[in-house]
Design a protein around this ligand. Structure first.
Ligand SMILES: Nc1ncnc2c1ncn2[C@@H]1O[C@H](COP(=O)(O)OP(=O)(O)O)[C@@H](O)[C@H]1O
Ligand SMILES: O=C(O)[C@H](O)[C@@H](O)[C@H](O)[C@H](O)COP(=O)(O)O
Length: 187
């Protein structure tokens, strides 16, 4: 795989995407996007009420993120995106835009350009017990811990041909960052 232009840090709520993604971007000098910041008010309200999002809620959000990434990567900017991206279809929308969401992504005509972009997926993986414990301690976040079960049910871990690495959330943040940096050096 050629050096990735974009890196997706994915996983269920509370797996450490925002923490790891922000630190990693700062270490690499890459631009950082946290997908949490791009949810509509409606999506936030829904999650806040303890109702899991469905495909319909997530597709426009993912298309918007795709458009943002496409614009950056096309201009030579390297990016780290922290995003749940729980299903394979969601990751396909992030990378290809059009696939699975043809009429909804504004930039869908440009996927030929995107096809050349290398995306490395970093899956932060852990047990329900460890992650729920972290969520119960986390303060000031709109996502209620009760939604974690549905996140695990929705999760489709990345698999070949996706370019991915899986890292255990049991490692501390520095170890996780070091593993990702090592992987990037080998690309
Ligand atoms: N590897 C880790 N080890 C211990 N605690 C972590 C680790 N990664 C994240 N945390 C903590 O777990 C909580 C959830 O992390 P966060 O980055 O908000 O996850 P996400 O963005 O996936 O929802 C935060 O309180 C964070 O400080
Ligand atoms: O796809 C979704 O259902 C949401 O994106 C969700 O997975 C995400 O986790 C929330 O944005 C909460 O934010 P945290 O992941 O930071 O808890």
């Amino acid at each position: 795989m050629a050096a990735p232009g974009a890196l997706l840090v994915m996983g269920v709520s509370g797996s450490g995407k925002s923490t790891v993604g922000a630190l990693l971007a700062s270490e690499l000098g890459w631009k950082f996007y946290d997908a949490d910041d791009y949810h509509s008010e409606e999506n936030r309200r829904k999650m806040g009420k303890g109702i899991p999002l469905n495909d319909q809620d997530r597709i426009p959000w993912l298309c918007n993120l795709h458009d943002i990434l496409l614009r950056d990567v096309a201009s030579g900017q390297h990016v780290v995106l922290a995003c749940s991206a729980l299903k394979k279809m969601y990751r396909d929308i992030l990378t290809q835009g059009k696939d699975g969401a043809a009429p909804k992504c504004k930039e869908s005509g440009r996927e030929a350009k995107w096809a050349k972009i290398q995306l490395l997926v970093v899956h932060l993986s852990g047990s329900f017990e460890v992650i729920s414990e972290r969520l119960l301690k986390r303060k000031g976040h709109f996502m209620p811990p009760e939604l974690l079960q549905s996140q695990f049910e929705t999760l489709e871990p990345p698999a070949a041909p996706e370019k991915f690495i899986q890292i255990s959330v049991n490692k501390n943040v520095s170890e996780i960052i070091a593993t990702i940096m090592e992987t990037l050096k080998m690309k």
